[in-house]
Design a protein around this ligand. Structure first.
Ligand code: TXA
Ligand code: MG
Length: 353
């Protein structure tokens, strides 16, 4: 299959032809990669069981890992979810359209293929104009996981989608680099207390400004609440370690490691805050952005992991980006990418959490 990459602008006039073509693909059960404000999505018709199957096969994703249904209008929620709690409407009123996904009880309109066999459905109304035009044109209900192959870092540019999906899908809509670079915050509304299933740009404090009760720990049950979170994620090919501690200790530890790897002829890189990069020697340095600009760090992360893969780096060390607003979401992704492999220089021993 030939994969076409087509530019869109977020302007209904200019994008009309592209959207008509993309909608045709979706209505025929095909797949299109689309930009959203968080990461690129691999889109198919959420109400067509065959499309869900195609998404799982294309991504190499286990079919028990449910897909988010994207809508382009709050009222569209009523067809796919029932018994929606008042608080969910309030949260949507505050943060939709935007990088927030809500898990609700599903109606029969949503096939079990889309929800990975669950009786619940994850719903998101993105703010990105290209995504909204596309969803509208394609019938209003779009299943879209992140467009990366399963296990790889999410795509923040159309070129990342092409790396992963060339020859596997009909079309990639190029909307440029995404704004946020981390996947949406997920809140579950199907238990007695709303619960954060995935950290994201809408952080806990923002959620608490609307929700009186909010839990951080999903209730234990036989089925993991966000099945996707049990798999290794965002992982580069090289061995990634997160190095924690005071900046001096972290720099010293990583420089020592770099020297060891260098002696063995192994390639090695560090992902560091802009403020710290001048302290590193003898390894490839990836500037994650300034600690004073968390959005920059969030936005660069996945592209950096992909770049290190392309360069075939064998050992990767990352500083801890425990910044006030987005630190929880950034470090959630980094810890998963590292398989929770953390070196704590204050204890100076490797800890596996
Ligand atoms: O920002 C985003 O959310 C991006 C863009 C494309 O919208 N999408 C995205 O999808 O990150 P994906 O499939 O990569 O991650 C969705 C996560 C998975 O961990 C999945 O298990 C969880 O959401 N999820 C989906 N439906 C669920 C449900 N009914 N109950 C619990 N978790 C669910
Ligand atoms: Mg994903």
């Amino acid at each position: 299959m030939k994969t076409r990459v087509v530019k869109a602008f977020g302007d209904p006039e200019k994008d009309r032809e592209v959207m008509q073509e993309a909608a045709g693909i979706i209505k025929n059960g095909g797949l299109v990669a689309i930009p959203t404000e968080t990461v690129y999505g691999l889109a198919g018709d959420a109400l067509n069981p065959g499309s869900a199957g195609k998404i799982y096969r294309t991504k190499g994703r286990p079919s028990d890992n449910p897909l988010i249904v994207h809508i382009a209008d709050i009222s569209a929620m009523d067809r796919i979810a029932h018994d929606i709690p008042e608080e969910a409407y309030r949260l949507a009123g505050r943060f939709w359209p935007g990088p927030l996904t809500m898990v609700l009880k599903k109606t029969d309109a949503v096939p079990y293929e889309t929800t990975g066999g669950l009786d619940t459905v994850a719903v998101r109304y993105p703010v990105n104009m290209i995504a909204r035009e596309f969803i509208q044109a394609s019938g209003g209900y779009i299943a879209a996981p992140s467009a990366n192959l399963s296990g790889k870092p999410s795509c923040t540019r159309a070129s990342h989608c092409l790396e992963d999906l060339d020859g596997k899908i009909e079309m990639i809509i190029d909307g440029g680099e995404v704004g946020i670079g981390l996947e949406s915050t997920i809140v579950d509304f199907t238990e007695s207390i709303p619960c954060i299933l995935r950290q994201g740009y809408i952080n806990e404090e923002m959620l608490r400004s609307v929700l009186k009760d909010l839990s951080r720990d999903p209730p234990q049950s036989i089925h993991p609440k966000a099945p996707g979170m049990k798999y290794r994620h965002y992982a580069p090919k090289g061995k990634l370690s997160i190095v924690k501690g005071s900046p001096e200790r972290v720099t010293a530890k990583i420089n020592n490691a770099a020297a060891d790897h260098g002696q063995k002829g192994e390639t090695c890189a560090v992902i560091a805050a802009h403020e710290n990069i001048s302290g590193y020697r003898g390894l490839r340095i990836m500037d994650a952005g300034s600690l004073r600009n968390e959005d920059e760090i969030a936005g660069r992360l996945f592209a950096i992991l992909r770049e290190l893969d392309k360069a075939g780096i064998e050992y990767i060390y990352s500083e801890d980006f425990d910044t006030p607003r987005l630190g929880a979401a950034i470090m959630d992704r980094m810890n998963r990418a590292a398989g929770f492999n953390v070196i704590n220089t204050d204890e100076d021993q490797e800890e596996k959490t």
